[in-house]
Write a protein that binds this ligand. Structure first.
Ligand code: NAD
Ligand code: GLY
Length: 371
């Protein structure tokens, strides 16, 4: 088991990474669970996997889980679920000093964290991430949100968890496609500022995805450590440091929007393709070697992930894709900061990107011959 501290003045917490942590939940949470009744928010795919283990662990400490089980999937991150979770927590008599357990992927973590941020003006919560994406990214750093008709994650708050327990054993039941989507966020940390970690991914990604527990643990630990450093430096994304974590997301969100935020393209899959596009766009601007951009695309292809826009079968042009970026929440006074790269491990924030040029680039990518 590894412990990665997230150092934030007055709000520091630990991320514990290891296999089997959920089976020892009551001991891991210790005094954070101060009442006999423990509210657990989860989804209907995750609940049957952990219900018995969590109830047994809590019972051994004379506690009882109170379950709120929501439908699985992105559509759950909405106003109606937020209201339902808040009503459940109020009915359970949750007070500010209590801690709600968020058991599941990024959907449950984001929704429960947001409910915790508004319940009685803010109560505690503990992240129990069960997807790779949630373990390496969404459970750490305190971004919480729901989606609305106007777009993804537009209503939310910064609200840090009190503890994160990333049980890497949980990844054993994750569908391979979800695992790969989460893996894109692992690769992201290498591309941002750690070329050695990207090389580690090239060397070990296939074995990690195939099920090697030790490699999964190392990938989660290194990813969480990278994220913790960034969050400690720029918790509220005000200096530009935390914005680096959005590498691949501006292109990715445009693709997700074009695909209707559906199962056609998962968030992590969009981020993988978005990082390839950010690299190729950096090449077009003369800032990165073409061979580096193609090395990134080749790695995702080797991991059996889509790397080229042409593989999505989109029925739109570059202008339509670029127009989705106008709704990006990073849009600021008419300009959209873009994460680009000067090389592998050299991401930077560009503030001089014209959407017309991005649209022309995307048209070229849509016309690209499959590799
Ligand atoms: P998800 O929560 O929808 O989980 C994916 C699927 O896997 C779901 O069907 C879920 O039921 C299932 N699942 C979860 N754990 C499982 C397990 N151990 N075994 C079998 N199935 C399991 O999706 P996700 O990819 O975890 O998260 C995506 C969400 O995270 C998006 O809403 C995105 O906006 C958000 N996100 C937030 C941040 C942040 O900083 N807050 C960062 C990245 C992404
Ligand atoms: N996932 C981006 C962030 O936490 O800032």
């Amino acid at each position: 088991m590894f412990t990665v501290p997230v150092a934030l003045a007055g709000r520091s917490y630990d991320v514990r990474v290891g296999s089997g942590l959920l089976g020892d939940l009551a001991a891991e949470c210790g005094p954070l669970l101060r009442k006999a009744a423990v509210p657990v928010v989860t989804d209907e795919q995750v609940a049957p996997l952990y219900r018995d283990a969590i109830e047994a662990s809590l019972a051994a400490s004379a506690k009882e889980a109170r379950w709120m089980i929501l439908p699985a999937g992105e559509a759950t991150k909405n106003w109606a679920s937020l209201e339902a979770v808040c009503d459940f927590l109020l009915a359970e008599g949750v007070d500010r000093g209590d801690h709600i357990l968020a058991l599941g992927g990024g959907v449950i973590g984001d929704l429960t964290g947001f409910a915790a941020s508004v319940l009685k003006r803010g109560c505690g919560f503990i992240q129990l991430p069960t997807t790779l994406l949630a373990q390496v990214d969404s459970s750490v750093g305190g971004k919480t949100a729901i989606n609305t008709r106007a777009g993804k994650n537009l209503i939310g708050a910064f609200h840090q968890p009190a503890l994160v327990l990333a049980d890497t054993g949980a990844l054993a039941t994750l569908p391979p496609r979800e695992l790969r989507a989460g893996y894109a966020e692992v690769v992201k940390y290498g591309l941002i500022d750690d070329p050695e970690f990207f090389a580690w991914c090239e060397a070990h990604g296939a074995a990690l995805l195939a099920g090697d527990e030790a490699l999964r643990g190392e990938a989660v630990r290194r990813s969480v450590a990278a994220k913790a450093r960034v969050v400690a430096a720029d918790e509220r994304e005000t200096t530009g440091t935390r914005a680096l974590l959005n590498l691949g997301h501006t292109f990715g969100h445009a693709l997700e929007a074009e695909c209707g935020y559906s199962g056609r393209l998962l968030h992590g899959e969009a981020v993988a393709m978005g990082m390839v596009l950010a690299a190729r766009y950096s090449v077009r601007r003369g800032e990165m070697h073409g061979q580096d951009a193609e090395r990134i695309a080749a790695h995702f292809r080797a991991m059996e992930m889509r790397a080229d826009l042409t593989e999505l079968g989109l029925d739109c042009d570059g202008r339509q894709l670029a127009d989705h970026m106008l709704h990006d929440k990073k849009m600021d006074a008419g300009t959209l900061p873009f994460l680009l790269m000067r090389g592998i491990g050299q991401a930077y924030l560009a503030k001089d990107v014209a959407l017309d040029d991005v649209a022309a680039f995307l048209n070229d990518e849509l016309a690209r011959q499959a590799a």
